[in-house]
Design a protein around this ligand. Structure first.
Ligand code: GDP
Length: 471
């Protein structure tokens, strides 16, 4: 069409070149350019064609600020076991359902949306910082706000501290829900006192941490929590451009016997529609149907809204990005490129910081901060190491203790280290078997010591390039 010649003229030329082509066949660029020359026209590869080769790296572009529209906040509930995370989520859903959309039945898709006076809030269904940090270790951060549940009759416990440090490492603002206020032993002032020790100073004490007293059991204070979420969200100015090809993150995925691979996507930018061609990791496909968290079929999903999608070629991994692409060809190119990228990333994970090559990385300017997680058998050791480490700081390297706690080295510590490129130091504690396995996979350096002095000496030597290599 562009050459303004008929197909048969093109075919005649092709045959004269020895290419027995028919009308529905495509030819490579070189052949096309020779034929075009024959008709007196010179052609150039279009940028679209070039883009194809690198497609995986062009799908996520920055939006023009003027195209950005407010989007609902995405919230994760965290806290110590039995402090009431699940109960709080249930109470929130119940309040929202009974008040605004009676009869709505929640479908488990990994995240749920609630409506409050015309505004939406999205909750991730899996409470706890573990899931949150696992996603982050894979490069996906979906949480905008963390709700930290602390039982008013119990206080700040080890997993409360973990949750605080995991949220802080991710730069996610924390709203504290002081739960079980119905219990006679509830003592919110003591909780606030303990929170201060971990850098969370309540607003009514002059700090900027919002604390809301609640009773998940009696459904009291729930509206206040929701109101505070909306307030914090407003301050964060959460925005996304809804008018572009969608980019999302897989929060859950599985193989369903009847429906094939199903995946829950949280849309981050753009609008995801039924019929869109999508790619995610090495999976691709056309969105055949979408279900919202009420189990209802929907045609599109805007930013922050979770939907379960059907139609993928395989089950993608949680934490993978999902992109909408123009056509099947691009989808194929992407999955190919992604396979190579995954291989590269695996190589790269061995480039995480470790004491063995710390000095080299400092010299190359690759490491400017050494993130450390300290686990010990007693609280005193954690504090002692923190203090000694801060004295090791030089002009080139800052030392950050991103988490310190009492107890063995767990899977959750390793994932936090992986997500934050940290090393783990243990005193008189050992890693669990799972933690060891995962540390190998994630290339996280774990060092255990019996004497604090030895640890400090090792880190100091590593920073100066004097550490004896480990065998
Ligand atoms: P999770 O482990 O943090 O998810 O905690 P759960 O939501 O499973 O709650 C643990 C226990 O605390 C359950 O027995 C709940 O019934 C109870 N619980 C949760 N919230 C409240 C509350 O506000 N008041 C009282 N009295 N009990 C609560």
């Amino acid at each position: 069409e562009k050459l303004e010649v008929t197909p048969s003229e093109v075919i005649t030329k092709l045959i004269s070149l020895g290419i027995m082509a028919n009308q529905n066949q495509s030819v490579d660029f070189d052949t096309a350019s020779i034929i075009a020359e024959e008709f007196g026209i010179s052609i150039k590869k279009s940028s679209v064609e070039e883009d194809d080769e690198e497609i995986g790296f062009h799908l996520d572009f920055e939006d023009d600020p003027k195209d950005l529209k407010p989007r609902p906040p995405i919230v994760t509930v965290m806290g110590h076991v039995d402090h009431g995370k699940t109960s709080l989520l249930d109470a929130i859903r119940k309040t929202a359902v009974t008040e605004r959309e009676a009869g709505g039945i929640t479908q488990h898709i990994g995240a749920s949306t609630i409506n409050i006076d015309g505004e939406k809030i999205v909750f991730l269904d899996t409470p706890g910082h573990e899931a949150f940090t696992t996603m982050r270790a894979r490069g996906a951060q979906v949480t905008d706000i963390a709700i930290l549940v602390v039982a008013a009759d119990d206080g700040v416990m080890p997993q409360t501290v973990e949750a605080i440090n995991h949220a802080k490492a991710a730069n996610v603002p924390i709203i504290v829900a002081i739960n079980k206020m119905d219990k006679p032993a509830a003592n919110p002032d003591r909780i606030k006192q303990e929170l201060v020790e971990y850098g969370l100073v309540p607003e009514d004490w002059g700090g900027d941490t919002i604390c809301v007293p609640v009773s998940a059991r009696n459904e009291e204070g729930i509206d206040d929590v929701l109101e505070m979420i909306l307030l914090v969200a407003e301050m964060q100015e959460l925005k996304a451009n809804p008018n572009r090809k969608a980019v999302g993150i897989i929060v859950e995925a599985e193989l369903d016997k009847g429906r094939g691979p199903v995946a829950t996507v949280l849309v981050q930018k753009g609008t995801l529609k039924v019929g869109d061609i999508v790619v995610s990791g090495t999976a691709h496909g056309r969105v055949r149907a979408m279900l919202n968290d009420k189990g209802k079929r929907v045609k599109k999903a805007t930013p922050s809204i979770p939907v379960m999608i059907l139609g993928l070629s395989e089950v993608p991994e949680a934490g993978e990005h999902l992109y909408v692409v123009e056509n099947e060809k691009k989808a194929r190119n992407y999955t190919q490129a992604r396979k190579e990228k995954i291989r590269e990333e695996q190589l790269k994970s061995s480039q995480k910081v470790s004491l063995d090559d710390l000095f080299e990385k400092i010299q190359l300017g690759e490491v400017k901060e050494l993130n450390v997680i300290i686990k010990a058998d007693v609280k005193g050791s954690v504090e002692a190491v923190k203090q000694s480490l801060s004295k090791l700081e030089t002009d080139e390297v800052r030392v950050n203790v991103i988490h310190g706690g009492v107890g063995g080295i767990t899977e959750s510590d390793v994932m936090l280290a992986s997500a934050s490129n940290a090393i783990i130091i243990g005193f008189n504690v050992r890693p669990t078997l799972t933690a060891i396995d995962i540390s190998k996979r994630e290339s996280v350096d774990i060092r255990t010591y019996r004497v604090i002095y030895d640890a400090i000496e090792d880190i100091e030597s590593a920073m100066r390039g004097l550490l004896d290599p480990t065998i």
